[in-house]
Design a protein around this ligand. Structure first.
Ligand code: FE
Length: 178
């Protein structure tokens, strides 16, 4: 049997988060509340993360569940943060959304029911999916750079620009633009 570490920073994702409407209103900004609790949509190209390329984990703005990572984020050109996969399918709930004269697949945070956005079948490989998510539903937890350690001694003393890997651009993990 696996033992849970009580000091774990990560909350237990299996426990649903249930709050009253008043509690959510208090916890969220007006825009976050409108999008996540009232199934709203932020205007394209206006959210905090649509063109964000920072590395890290995108958590549910309501309950903190780990939903997406920057590794699966790609530039879809649609004006909303787009991912080709969630960190775990089990953290996402989906439903048919027939609003606005369209049939779409809505995606929600399984843990707290927050509306996140929609998933479409026009994404890149390897999944072919495009999770089109509102920035207002997400909170990016930026990856902290690894502290310099002794394995870097061979370059100690050299100016940064002369270090072999220092100026190398990072591998472009984003999927090809369509
Ligand atoms: Fe949530």
């Amino acid at each position: 049997m696996s033992q849970k570490n009580p000091d774990q920073a990560e909350p237990d994702d299996s426990q649903p988060v249930v709050k009253t409407d008043a509690q959510w209103r208090k916890l969220l900004t007006a825009e976050q509340y409108r999008v996540t609790r009232q199934k709203g949509t932020e205007r394209a190209f206006t959210g905090e993360y649509w063109n964000c390329t920072k590395e890290g984990v995108y958590r549910c703005v309501c309950c903190g569940a780990e939903l997406f990572t920057s590794d699966t984020k790609f530039d879809s050109g649609c004006g909303w943060p787009s991912f080709y996969a969630p960190t775990d399918d089990k953290r996402i709930e989906s439903a048919i959304d027939r609003s606005h004269g369209m049939v779409r697949t809505e995606v929600m945070c399984r843990r707290c029911g927050a509306h996140l956005g929609h998933v479409f079948n026009d994404g890149p490989r390897p999944t072919g999916l495009r999770y089109c998510i509102n920035s207002a539903s997400l909170k990016l937890e930026e990856k902290t750079p690894a502290p310099a350690d002794s394995s870097d001694k061979r370059n100690a003393g050299k100016p940064k620009a002369e270090q072999p890997d220092a100026q190398k651009p990072k591998a472009d993990k984003s999927a090809p633009k369509r």
